[in-house]
Design a protein around this ligand. Structure first.
Ligand SMILES: *[C@@H]1O[C@H](CO)[C@@H](O)[C@H](O)[C@H]1NC(C)=O
Ligand SMILES: *[C@@H]1O[C@H](CO)[C@@H](O)[C@H](O)[C@H]1NC(C)=O
Ligand SMILES: *[C@@H]1O[C@H](CO)[C@@H](O)[C@H](O)[C@H]1NC(C)=O
Ligand SMILES: *[C@@H]1O[C@H](CO)[C@@H](O)[C@H](O)[C@H]1NC(C)=O
Length: 529
């Protein structure tokens, strides 16, 4: 791990020995003194490299926070590294000169365009070199987003390894090879567990050769491997004790004696499984970055603020304490927390929880206590500044059920275009009755449309009305949007070179028919006619 700090902002101390009174000393004594002083300096000043705590910032929201406010938020909270998914010019400008190390992304949807050295060179010119020359400290390129995962869709992006090689080679050829590293953020399902022990893990049969080839290439280029780890999802999917997702050792499920090691939480288990797979692939000593880790707060069983707070309360000191995992004690772990704020335009194919990973709400308010420094203090993080909310007005259902067909149709329309993920089973609004469901949907649509009544933001075939009284009930908040700082431009992120990854699909309007079919056939039920 000696190469750990090569991407970090921290400077290694440099040593110099004063030689004013040493003219008479013999070379041997001088050598001894130099050695002694060096040793002392090493003892006092060089501590093992720290794990990096970075954060992801996705921007698939109706109204967006102003980039400079977000960068300010990161700086206020002492966060040194961030990962973004779309490289809009105003976002990059906000990071310029901030000292924050940036990871940028190349979407799954444009991987097929990176099919030659010339294409890769063109991409790095406009996505990396241009911004680095504007003092944006780009350090990583994430090529694809979980491109070989089969858990969520059947579509894999098989040319991703070739694209990665072309991008890193283009970076090397342009003289940026030491500064910018390309890697692929994989999902944990690239590894299979033949038994419930990390040592039994290896890469899936269908991608084994690709993964070996890929890891060797990373090694040659001194680039880290990356994996996204979602403990809540792992436990839910595999029906494990939910406590296994946390670090406080309360789980009734654990793995005992994997080569003498015990595993008491999903993170250690999944992280070490990935290391075992790398070890078996003949590349045991790569640095492994956790590209996404976090806890959603809605739209899923066990997804709530209490659990999110509990999760981070132990995760961050664990990382900052350089404890390492059972297989690699004392080795730093790098994590990118997922993520800054909720994203109400993300696709729903993997469940409503995908819209609720934010540590902050969409309007920049922290949802719970979290100490980004990793010191485990019981504090709220700094709040985003300069946010203005729209007026306190809500659009609700007037209760007219005389034509159920129209009510259901309007409800459906409102939900498809806005965000009803909190109504999903396990969600914060799953307790609403039918009329409240309709009100919730109408209000989300109304707020998404920036309360513009003159543009039919609250006209649902005469079934709605605007009210000044907050209809929120219990855990269910009927939100008011922020004043549009920046309106989302989704056509660009889908088709553009910097669009988001396959697990980050937004473009609802382009895919409405598909989504309707999907929603109807899965457990995220909406009303059908
Ligand atoms: C590479 O991709 C571009 C854009 O998709 C396409 O026009 C071109 O034909 C491809 N070239 C090769 C060699 O496949
Ligand atoms: C994935 O492929 C299998 C087998 O071809 C098919 O049965 C399944 O429906 C597909 N799933 C999705 C989400 O497309
Ligand atoms: C693992 O757990 C077993 C049973 O509780 C215990 O005897 C053993 O000492 C533990 N090993 C380690 C490395 O903690
Ligand atoms: C409210 O909507 C959610 C999500 O569609 C659904 O699961 C729930 O059953 C609805 N509640 C009622 C009372 O219709």
């Amino acid at each position: 791990m000696s190469d750990h700090s090569y991407l970090s902002t921290k400077q290694k101390p440099s040593y110099s020995v004063q030689n004013s009174n040493m003219k008479t000393a013999s070379p041997i004594i001088m050598a001894l003194i130099v050695t002694l002083v060096s040793c002392m300096m090493v003892l006092f000043f060089v501590k093992p490299a720290d794990g990096i705590i970075g954060i992801n910032w996705g921007r698939q929201t109706y109204q967006r926070l102003i980039p400079s406010n977000v960068v300010d938020l990161l700086l206020q909270n002492g966060i040194q590294e961030a990962r973004i998914f779309t490289a809009a010019d105003n976002v990059m400008a906000a990071f310029s000169g901030s000292g924050i190390g940036l990871s940028i992304s190349l979407s799954n949807f444009v991987l097929h365009m990176i099919n030659s050295s010339a294409a890769a060179e063109e991409w790095i010119q406009k996505s990396v070199i241009k911004f680095r020359s504007q003092n944006v400290d780009i350090r990583y390129v994430n090529v694809g987003a979980e491109p070989l995962s089969t858990s969520f869709t059947n579509k894999t992006y098989d040319n991703v390894i070739d694209a990665l090689k072309l991008i890193q080679t283009a970076l090397n050829d342009a003289g940026y090879g030491d500064l910018v590293k390309a890697t692929i953020p994989h999902y944990t399902d690239v590894v299979t567990h033949r038994s419930m022990k990390p040592s039994a893990a290896y890469f899936r049969d269908d991608i084994e050769n690709k993964m070996v080839d890929y890891l060797k290439f990373l090694k040659e280029n001194n680039a880290p491997a990356a994996v996204d780890i979602y403990p809540i999802h792992y436990c839910n999917e595999n029906d494990l004790d939910p406590d296994f997702a946390f670090f406080d050792h309360k789980s009734k499920f654990y793995v005992l004696d994997d080569n003498g090691l015990n595993y008491t939480n999903a993170f250690d288990f999944l992280y070490d499984s990935f290391y075992w797979a790398m070890k078996k692939a003949g590349v045991p000593d790569l640095r492994l970055v956790v590209g996404q880790i976090g806890w959603p707060t809605d739209g899923y069983p066990n997804a709530n603020t209490k659990n999110a707070q509990r999760f981070y309360k132990d995760l961050l000191p664990y990382v900052a304490g350089n404890k390492g995992t059972p297989m690699r004690p004392g080795r730093p772990i790098d994590v990118y927390l997922h993520s800054i704020s909720d994203e109400n335009r993300l696709g729903l194919w993997y469940g409503g929880f995908q819209r609720h990973w934010g540590i902050y709400t969409f309007d920049g308010q922290p949802k719970y206590k979290i100490d980004f420094s990793g010191k485990g203090r019981d504090i709220f993080p700094t709040t985003a500044k300069g946010i203005t909310r729209m007026p306190k007005r809500w659009c609700i259902f007037n209760g007219d059920l005389s034509d159920m067909e129209i009510v259901k149709r309007e409800l459906n329309r409102a939900c498809l275009e806005s965000d009803c993920s909190s109504l999903a089973p396990g969600g914060s609004c799953s307790h609403l009755d039918f009329n409240q469901n309709v009100s919730y949907a109408f209000n989300r649509y109304f707020q998404m449309k920036q309360q513009k009544t003159h543009e039919e933001a609250c006209s649902f075939q005469g079934l709605s009305q605007v009210v000044p009284d907050d209809p929120s009930t219990g855990t269910c908040i009927f939100p008011i949007e922020i004043l549009a700082a920046e309106t989302a431009d989704n056509s660009k992120s889908f088709l553009g070179i910097n669009g988001d990854g396959s697990h980050r699909v937004s473009i609802l309007s382009m895919l409405l028919p598909l989504i309707s079919v999907f929603l109807i056939t899965t457990n995220i039920k909406l009303y059908t006619l």
